[in-house]
Design a binder for this molecule. Structure first.
Ligand code: AMP
Length: 193
């Protein structure tokens, strides 16, 4: 199964990916996680990405495309994957098409989680509060200023990606405002049906 999960910050992509990964036995490929790991490892690309991520902007396409191309080539992604947070621009979607065409392995489906902006701001604030209550490290981009920039980037640059896939007949939309279990169920129905 080769799946893309699209959705703004706080839509539940990470939560749903983790559940789907268990059920369908394919890895979750989160570009946010990969970039945070590169930033922690203080690689050149990681440090450049870190400064951009902290402000809520998008890391340049070339950087992210290289990271994904490497990850997709790993043995565990051979039978499939769940892409979480990629593609975020039409250029990235085009590059993904090329990577997959080279392997004759197209996407099965693209699922967009739709959530209101007001709910997203509240969700991300709750995620930060819960993380710190559990003694975890709050993401440096989970603050109101960065979330607003991330949402604006989503509307300006990632919303067109949904159209890109709609035109190819691959896009399915799920109501991300529903309870977590209900969202999982709806996604599973789309995948199994
Ligand atoms: P996420 O964990 O998916 O919310 O991503 C956190 C941050 O990583 C984003 O706000 C961007 O700065 C960066 N990022 C993650 N994926 C991408 C991508 N596909 N393209 C550009 N920047 C990305």
């Amino acid at each position: 199964m080769r799946l893309v999960l699209l959705g703004p910050p706080g839509a539940g992509k990470g939560t749903q990916s983790a559940r789907l990964m268990e059920k369908y036995h394919v890895p979750q490929l989160s570009t946010g996680d990969m970039l945070r790991a590169a930033a922690d490892a203080a690689t050149e690309a990681g440090l450049t990405a870190k400064a951009i991520m902290e402000k809520g902007g998008l890391v340049p396409d070339e950087t992210v495309v290289c990271i994904v191309a490497d990850r997709i080539a790993a043995p565990d992604a051979k039978t499939g994957f769940i892409l979480d947070g990629f593609p975020r621009t039409v250029r990235q979607a085009e590059e993904l098409d090329k990577m997959l065409a080279a392997r004759s392995a197209g996407l099965d489906v693209v699922i967009e989680l739709r959530v209101d902006d007001a709910a997203l701001l509240a969700r991300v604030a709750k995620r930060a509060k819960d993380t710190s209550a559990h003694g975890g490290v709050v993401r440096s981009d989970d603050n109101p200023e960065a979330v607003k920039v991330r949402l604006a980037a989503y509307h300006a640059q990632t919303a067109p990606v949904a159209n890109f896939y709609a035109q190819r007949g691959l896009l399915k939309t799920v109501d991300g405002m529903a309870a977590v279990d209900a969202v999982t169920k709806e996604i599973e129905q789309l995948l199994d049906g």
